[in-house]
Design a protein around this ligand. Structure first.
Ligand code: ADP
Ligand code: MG
Length: 140
């Protein structure tokens, strides 16, 4: 059965361009409930660990450098079918391929600087939420 939580980050490009509020509005309008949220800046070690699955990819260091280039917003979101529905809301990795009306279509700069992160499975949603938030930081 599909789980009901996912994890997101508003990435440095979207924070820099002043779109935190617009993106959170899109998220809550789509029926997601905030369970935890924090404004923070990743260390290089944190970014490397978070994206460790991509460490063999040619863009890994570029991705790490980008993710530590400025503050981010990290959040845990709740909704029925959260992981899949959130991936639909944010759109394709490359904004040029993202559907109209998606977060990335509206706010992403490029395939690298693509405004938001969304977990790709229930298992990773749990791992990524636990990476950023302790159990006492999740509001029930
Ligand atoms: P998604 O975030 O849609 O799940 P991936 O997991 O494939 O996408 O990639 C993780 C992140 O790495 C992307 O969101 C993007 O910021 C960056 N990225 C992906 N592909 C490239 C690329 N070809 N060049 C630079 N950065 C990339
Ligand atoms: Mg991914």
């Amino acid at each position: 059965m599909a789980g009901n939580r996912t994890f997101t980050m508003i990435k440095p490009d979207a924070v820099e361009s002043g779109n935190i509020g617009n993106i959170i509005q899109m998220i809550t309008d789509a029926g997601f409930e905030l369970k935890a949220m924090k404004y923070t800046r990743l260390t290089e070690d944190q970014a490397k660990e978070f994206y460790a699955v991509h460490k063999e990819r040619p863009f890994y260091q570029e991705l790490v450098d980008y993710m530590i280039s400025g503050p981010i917003v990290a959040a845990v979101l709740e909704k029925e079918n959260a992981v899949a529905d959130f991936r639909t809301l944010i759109g394709a990795t490359d904004p040029a391929e993202a559907e109209e009306g998606t977060v990335r279509k509206k706010y992403a700069e490029s395939k690298a600087k693509n405004a938001v992160h969304g977990s790709d499975s229930d298992e990773n949603a749990k791992i990524e939420s636990d990476f950023h938030f302790g159990a006492d930081e999740i509001v029930d």
